[in-house]
Write a protein that binds this ligand. Structure first.
Ligand SMILES: NC(=O)c1ccc[n+]([C@@H]2O[C@H](COP(=O)([O-])OP(=O)(O)OC[C@H]3O[C@@H](n4cnc5c(N)ncnc54)[C@H](O)[C@@H]3O)[C@@H](O)[C@H]2O)c1
Ligand SMILES: O=c1ccn([C@@H]2O[C@H](COP(=O)(O)OP(=O)(O)O[C@H]3O[C@H](CO)[C@@H](O)[C@H](O)[C@H]3O)[C@@H](O)[C@H]2O)c(=O)[nH]1
Length: 463
């Protein structure tokens, strides 16, 4: 089966970049990315491309090449569904904030809405693809909705989870470790799998395209994120031990990472992992295990989150205790707000929680981040509901110049590992801050010896 027309529902961090790369690699396929968020679609259609809704290195160039050729962004969801032979569902699946499973389970209301809309609109057979991260066995629910329309249309459901990481999305999409496709074991299922394999095979070697049953594919996505986050929590647990014993966590990471069975990646100690996926997906895994009565399995994975919360808290506590047990009325400068470098995404960023803890101690925070807007920072703090929006705006200032941000600061905290932070004129910063000059490096990116020589009191996670 040769696919000519694809629709992707959800023009977010996954839908946008994924479909852009799919489009440049498959110029013969028309791809329409749709969203109910008009502002987002308008931004994807921004003429000079500087207003694209997400920042990813290399994305602008790809959108420029494909948009208007075979890649389109639109709010006309129904038309795009009707025209497509293949529909990717790439909508958000956040943690539930209400009812059964509140704070743990994935909220599938957007997924169900998509399924119902496809069922309502479709007039021809479709392959429906789960691109969003979903609890294992969600395909069954989607199938039930689609198969009960009574209009005789046939649907095949595939699971094709996305493994891109933000900040490297384009590279990850162009050169993925693997692509995972789960489908039904029937003839129709195999035909649908083959159709999707063909699309990826236009740029990815076949041996990296893995096909499994639907449940393995759905579960593997949650498990991959759980394993990755577990490594970060493991090294973060060790970072605390390093701080009290005189060991250095980077040296420990290097020493263990050279064991080929352990491997060197994802062993960088930090102020805690953030991002929209790790916490949400582990909580989801924990919830699923609990649902099946597997309490030991649930407890085991929950510890990854507990450790991560501890890491954020202790970073904030260390700032307070080092600044003579009070930060009340003191200016603390945050370098970085994004959850990692090279992205403007701040979802679940450690910076939000560290800021909240310091604001509870009446600190005054000044933030500089090269890609995150002032509105985003205030929205993140307001969302916590810890204090009034007016109070957040009174206590937190956002500036566009790092040197201005650091001026007259009682302490500087590094929350994101942006490369530019390493290049700053730290002597100039030293001269402009209140003494003693404290730096709390939550990413361990600066050189302790150099900073000490300048006169800074430098504290880094894990040393
Ligand atoms: N962000 C990542 O790096 C990443 C990586 C891999 C997988 N995932 C998973 O992919 C999914 C999407 O994540 P995201 O970060 O792109 O989310 P996002 O919030 O950036 O984008 C989702 C988009 O879907 C739209 N939407 C919701 N319901 C809709 C509907 N009924 N019709 C049309 N549009 C609708 C929203 O308006 C939003 O723009 C999630 O399940 C996530 O776990 C995310
Ligand atoms: O050694 C490390 C590696 C990462 N992190 C932190 O962990 C978080 C997540 O980083 P990363 O995984 O690189 O970014 P994400 O965009 O969240 O990507 C993860 O989540 C995506 C969404 O499911 C998956 O697709 C990706 O494969 C998976 O890496 C960030 O706060 C990082 O700073 C560390 O602290 N130390």
């Amino acid at each position: 089966m040769k696919i000519k027309n694809i629709c992707c529902i959800g023009a977010g961090y996954v839908g946008g970049p994924t479909m852009s790369v799919l489009a440049i690699q498959n110029p013969d396929i028309k791809i329409t990315v749709v969203d109910i968020n008009e502002e987002r679609i308008k931004a994807w259609n921004d003429k000079d491309l500087n207003g694209l809704p997400i920042y990813e290195p290399g994305l602008k160039e790809i959108v420029q090449k494909a948009r208007g050729q075979n890649l389109f962004f639109s709010t006309d969801v129904e038309k795009a569904i009707d025209e497509a032979e293949m529909i990717f569902i790439s909508v958000n699946t956040p943690t539930k904030t209400y009812g059964k499973g509140k704070g743990m389970a994935a909220d599938l209301k957007y997924i169900e809405l998509c399924a119902r809309q496809i069922a309502k609109v479709a007039t021809t057979d479709k392959i429906v693809i789960e691109k969003s991260t979903l609890p294992v066995r969600t395909a069954q629910a989607i199938k039930n909705i689609l198969d009960n329309t009574g209009n005789g249309i046939k649907f095949q459901i595939l699971s094709n989870p996305e493994f891109l990481a933000e900040g490297t999305a384009v590279q990850d999409l162009l050169n993925p470790d693997r692509v995972l496709i789960g489908g039904e074991e029937s003839d129709e299922g195999k035909e649908a799998i083959d159709a999707l394999v063909d699309i990826y095979a236009s740029w990815i070697p076949r041996e990296r395209i893995l096909t499994t049953n639907v449940w393995s594919s759905e579960l593997s996505k949650l498990v991959a994120n759980a394993f990755l986050a577990q490594r970060v929590s493991s090294i973060n647990a060790i970072s605390e031990l390093c701080e009290v014993t005189g060991a250095d966590v980077d040296e420990v990471s290097r020493a263990i990472g050279m064991d080929s069975r352990i491997g060197p990646k994802f062993l960088k100690a930090s102020v805690g992992f953030g991002g929209s996926c790790f916490q949400k997906d582990i909580l989801n895994l924990v919830y699923i295990a609990k649902t099946y009565g597997l309490n030991e399995v649930a407890d085991y994975w929950e510890q990854v989150i507990i450790m991560n919360d501890h890491q954020k808290n202790r970073f904030a506590e260390n700032i307070v205790s080092t600044l003579y047990n009070t930060v009340s009325g003191k200016k603390i400068t945050f370098l970085g707000w994004a959850f990692k470098k090279d992205t403007n995404d701040t979802r679940e960023s450690a910076a939000i929680y560290v800021a909240d803890a310091l604001l509870n101690e009446q600190a005054e925070i000044c933030v500089y981040d090269p890609k995150v807007s002032q509105e985003r920072i205030y929205a993140d703090l307001d969302y916590l509901n810890t204090r009034s929006p007016e109070e957040n705006r009174r206590l937190v200032k956002v500036v566009k110049d790092p040197y201005e941000a650091c001026q007259e600061a009682h302490a500087i905290a590094i929350l994101t590992e942006w490369d530019e932070f390493k290049e700053y004129d730290w002597k100039r910063i030293f001269d402009s801050v209140i003494k003693p000059a404290f730096v709390f490096d939550g990413r361990k990116i600066l050189n302790k010896t150099t900073l000490n020589k300048m006169g800074f009191e430098y504290y880094a996670i894990g040393s």
